[in-house]
Structure formats: C-alpha cells, structure tokens
Write a protein that binds this ligand. Structure first.
Ligand code: NAD
Ligand code: MG
Length: 396
C-alpha cells in the first residue's frame, strides 16, 4: 500500500518535529512509525521531558535532539550517549533545529515560544505543517511575509482549519460567504457559572472528545481556543474579519464548514482524531491511509448545533475584539492568556479569572502596530508582565 509520499521516489522524506513530546508530536510520530522507511527524521525538539525525547530520538533515529530547557543539556547528553545522535539545548538551539534542511516540518510547540522556530521552518521554503496556532495569532502578518518571501507552503493542522482548507475554493474566494468554525463547547459547555467558578484544572483538561495538551485543553474549556482559531482563520484564508463565525457542535464530527454564495455549505467530517488532519498535511496534495476510526454515522445518529454562549464564555468576544483592533492586540491577548492558563494550572487563580485577566490586560495595555519580530517579543513580554501583576494583586 502506498501510504507515504517521499519527495523523491525511493528517497525517504526528511522531516523535523518541533514539539515532539507533545500530543501532536505523538500523533505525528505514530504516523511515521507506520511507514518508517518513507521518512528520515532530521530533528526532534522538546522543552523538558528528557526521557521521552531521548526515547523518541532513538526509536526514530533522529540526527539531532534538542531540549528547550538548557539546564537539561547534560541529562539529555547522557541519555543519548553512544547513539551518535547530536544533542543541543536552549531556545536558540530549537530555532536552529528548525532551520536544518528538511522537506516537511511539523510546528507543534505550544504557545508563542513556537514563533521563532516556526519562522525558521518557513524560511526553508518547503512545507510547514502548522499546529502552533499561537504563532499566527501573535505574528500572523510576519509569518505571511516570510511565506511569500521564501515560497513556503503552510498547511493547517488545527482540525477546523484543516477542514476549511480541504473545502475552500481558493480559485474564487469572493464566492465564499463565510467560514464556520465548529467548537465542541469544551467540558463546561453546560456548567453553571457557579460550577465553573469552582472548576479544577483536572476538570478543565478532561476534554469530552479530544485528547490534547494541558494548555489547549484549558483554552477549549474557556472557548479562548475558538477565539484564537478565529484569528488563525483570518490569517489562513482570504476572508474578511466579519466572515468568520463559530457554531457549537458537541459531537466534533463536522470539523468546520465553508458557506458559498449559492447556498452550498461544504463540510469536512471525521472522527475526532488528530492523525487525520496531520496525515492530510503529510500526504498533501494526495492522501494517505491512517488508523483513525472511520465515521459510523448510523451509530452517531444525530449531530447537534447551537450558538456559543457569549456571556458564560466571554473569551470568544475578547478574541473577536482583538482581531478587529488588529496590530498588537492579538499578541497581547495570546500572551496574557498563556500566563493566566499557566496560573490556573498551578492553582494560583480560579477558572473564571483566566478570561478576566486576559480582558484586564487588554484594557491596561495600549495597542499599536507590529512590524517586526522584536516588536512582537516586546509586546508579548509586556503583556506577560501585566498579567502576572494582575494575578499577584488578585491574591493580595
Ligand atoms: P503539548 O503540551 O502536548 O505539547 C507541546 C510541545 O511543545 C511539547 O513537545 C513541549 O515539550 C513543547 N514545548 C512546550 N513549551 C515549549 C517551549 N517553551 N519551548 C520549546 N518547546 C516547548 O501540546 P499539544 O496539544 O501537542 O499542542 C501543540 C500545539 O498544537 C499548540 O499550539 C496547540 O494549540 C496546537 N493544537 C493541538 C491540538 C491537539 O489535539 N493536541 C489540536 C489543534 C492544535
Ligand atoms: Mg482546533
């Protein structure tokens, strides 16, 4: 069976995975493991899980393994002693790993920490599979400029954007009425305000349909994930800001839709398994087989939809407002959210305070334009400091 698509027939395709110990990294490597001869792994990166990174680097014969936390260099070096696998550590080393020649790069670092590596991956002018939505949210214009300059192809991994990519008619974007992102509604979809106020991190990361990293799971619970995806969608597709809508669809079977002027609405459907959109980006422009369960619609029986509750989940409107404002607002939103989610996961703030911190950070900081990576990093840092101050004051 022809599952994979080497760049040159017979030659393994050279790939790099940024964020190789995460949920997306694991799903990607699962697909690689089913066709080991079709791929040659250039680099794998992670932030601090040395044993898992070392295990995966050995198992997949990576040429280079990079750990983001530089204190862990010796640890990784010892774990990989005698294997011939090169070892490096620190944020700059991860960005350098992304610049090593590869035919296909998975950008699956979580958060704005993925921005520089993603930009370096794009600069190779090859294919970048983008899971790291935060890099588009905080610096979409800069990522786009580099895509144009370097002739790279960016393929969306996020299931909603991958779905839209599959059904969007790029030859006549003016015939698109709107794109419709579906949202599962997260674990607190039907919880009262009081219950959400007391929600624990364990409850927030227990997503009903998807098995994901902790940060995106909390984002799904606040609906900030959908807000980030609205901004991501605006950067990925040629639509206006008011042509992006969100509908809650608890079964997560329809991954998103494109509505056309003639009344046709095209949807992409599938089981909630990230291996399907990842495989799409691996095989593009063709398709490859995956072990994702096929849809059994007669077993599912009903698909339901409702409008998001914007009062109980105000994060969505914060993201829409940041998109409308443009400039540095999305970067502020994203950075404040990263800080607030981390504080919630560390039991330093309550669940409802996540969105309050983000809103208050946006209110306190004046927006401006963003035209360089240095400016993005400065705004990101200022927003992190502001959010941390707000959190510190909450506990006083
Ligand atoms: P995860 O937490 O499971 O994994 C994150 C990866 O990034 C890990 O390998 C970790 O080591 C690395 N990392 C974390 N902080 C880092 C830092 N400061 N520097 C370098 N590396 C760092 O997250 P995930 O669920 O795999 O999500 C990864 C990205 O994909 C996120 O942007 C998320 O929004 C997006 N995404 C994930 C899913 C999903 O199903 N998991 C779906 C759609 C989009
Ligand atoms: Mg998504």
């Amino acid at each position: 069976m022809d599952l994979a698509l080497p760049e040159t027939p017979g030659e393994p395709r050279r790939i790099t995975i940024l964020g190789a110990t995460g949920s997306i990294g694991e799903s990607t490597l699962d697909l690689v493991s089913r066709q080991p001869d079709a791929y040659s792994v250039e680099a794998l990166t992670a932030y601090q899980n040395v044993p898992l990174l070392a295990k995966r680097a050995k198992r997949f014969g990576a040429r280079l393994a990079v750990i983001g936390n530089s204190d862990l260099y010796t640890d990784l070096k010892e774990n990989l002693a005698g294997t011939g696998i090169d070892v490096a550590a620190g944020a700059a080393a991860i960005a350098e790993a992304a610049a090593r020649p590869a035919d296909w790069i998975m950008a699956a670092i979580v958060g704005a920490a993925g921005l520089k590596p993603t930009l370096n991956a794009v600069r190779q002018g090859k294919i970048v599979a983008l899971a790291n939505k935060e890099s588009l949210v905080c610096a979409g214009n800069l990522v786009h400029a580099e895509i144009q300059r370097c002739g790279a192809t960016l393929l969306p991994v996020d299931s909603e954007h991958n779905a839209i990519f599959q059904v969007f008619d790029f030859e006549q974007p003016e015939r698109v009425e709107r794109i419709i992102l579906t949202a599962s509604g997260g674990p607190f979809r039907s919880w009262s305000q009081e219950a959400m106020a007391a929600a624990t991190p364990a409850q927030a990361v227990a997503h009903p349909n998807w098995d994901m990293g902790a940060k995106i799971s909390v984002d799904s619970a606040t609906l900030m994930n959908k807000g980030l995806e609205v901004i991501e969608g605006w950067h990925l597709f040629p639509v206006e800001k008011d042509q992006i809508s969100v509908v809650v669809h608890p079964q997560s079977v329809i991954h998103s839709m494109v509505e056309y002027v003639d009344g046709s609405t095209l949807a992409q459907m599938g089981s909630p398994d990230m291996r399907t959109p990842i495989a799409y980006t691996m095989a593009w422009p063709r398709r490859m087989a995956t072990p994702s369960p096929k849809l059994d619609l007669t077993a599912i029986r009903s698909l339901t939809f409702h409008a998001p509750d914007r009062e109980r989940f105000p994060a969505l409107d914060l993201a829409y407002a940041a998109l409308q404002e443009g400039g540095s607002a999305p970067a502020i939103l994203n950075a404040a959210n990263e800080v607030a989610v981390a504080a919630f996961l560390e039991h330093r703030i309550g669940f409802l305070e996540i969105t309050e911190i983000v809103g208050e950070t946006l209110t306190r900081m004046s927006g401006g334009s963003i035209s360089s990576i240095e400016e993005v990093i400065a705004v990101d840092q200022e927003a992190r400091n502001t959010a941390e101050d707000l959190i510190a004051n909450l506990s006083k």
